[in-house]
Design a binder for this molecule. Sequence first.
Ligand code: TRH
Length: 402
Amino acid sequence: MRSESCDIFCNVIDNYGDIGVCWRLARQLAHEHGLAVRLWVDDLNSLAKLCHEADAARDIQYCRGVEVRRWCESGNPPTLQYLSPNGDEEAIRPAELVIEAFACKLPESYVAAMAAQQQSVWINLEYLSAEDWVRGCHGLPSPHPGLPLTKYFFFPGFTSQTGGLLLEHDLLARRDAFQNDAARQQVFWQSLGMEMPSAETLKISLFGYENAALHDLFDTWASGTQTVLCLVPEGRILPQTGQYFGDVAPRADSSYARGNLQVRVLPFVEQEHYDELLWVCDVNFVRGEDSCVRAQWAARPFVWQIYPQHDAVHWNKLQAFLDMYCVPLSAAVGQAMQDLWRAWNSGGGAGQAWPALAAARGELNEYAQHWARQLAANNLALNLLDFSQKIGRMRALKIEGQ
Ligand code: TRH
């Protein structure tokens, strides 16, 4: 039997990737699979950026069919604040499926309740990586050192030996409908207060962290022969964007121009609407994890700024993805992609690497469609539910056999 209830625990470290993945998964499990989902978040302000109806001041609320709870521990020993929907303190009742996102470490009191009740399948949902070792670790058990409980590692990924990627059941159909509907695209541009750009304008979305490679890329776009419209969502790359145009206080709706480059700063939109930005653009610059996956579903050429880690291990992760993605591409196009991605992530040389990638857009476009179609068969939410069902069955057999 499939699980009917799910607790997802999310510890927001920084940025929007942790909560972005958890919020997307929570909505999908609730909407497409009918689970009663509780999302426990320690920083509700981050969720409110992705879902404007979320109220950072409330301990319990319902947003888009998901029960959202403040993850708060108090007392000695620290105990999860576990309230009934009307606000009364009550005993912890773990869900049938428990997802610990990105090894966020569940509250001890919650783990003790799982051990006592023996009703839950406990999954640690890991970060996405194309590295080889992932397939050997996906699905591995990790027995608790002191309690009769096992946690299972679940790795998202790009091959059938991994847990796949988050994909809403109708996303690709919605993307196609949007991309074939000029009137809807017009509405999108109007919502930004802009006219629909001409077909000759190269439209680029640019979501990124601080990046020393930006000005050099802007120089190339400004001095190029094609008009470039660059849409920059508010965020960490904004100060450098403004700086290029001499603006010390850039903000949503600021617009700039130099040579053939036009730049427009966009407000950070709700998570559901970010896809539309990717769908209207010809090339998408993305970062972290979730926006990178969405760019792959958008099936347009994209450039990934990976989340930088102190020990530089992110370079292995970046290279592993490039190695996997570029295999079927012609040598020249594969090289163009590798060069621009490495330049963009190393903080220099992106302007020089750009023309080769721009020239490769035809092949990259076609391949991006193929890549998305091929990945779509490996759906993370479905895999997660199948996996937890299998673990639940194994546990039931074990209990019966005792
Ligand atoms: O915000 P990020 O840099 O998150 C990162 C990574 O996930 C990284 O792996 C993690 O370790 C670190 O956080 C802590 O990038 P990411 O993953 O793309 O998440 C951004 C989310 O924001 C994604 O769900 C898309 C969403 N988004 C909107 O909802 N509206 C917007 O306007 C934009 C630009 C993004």
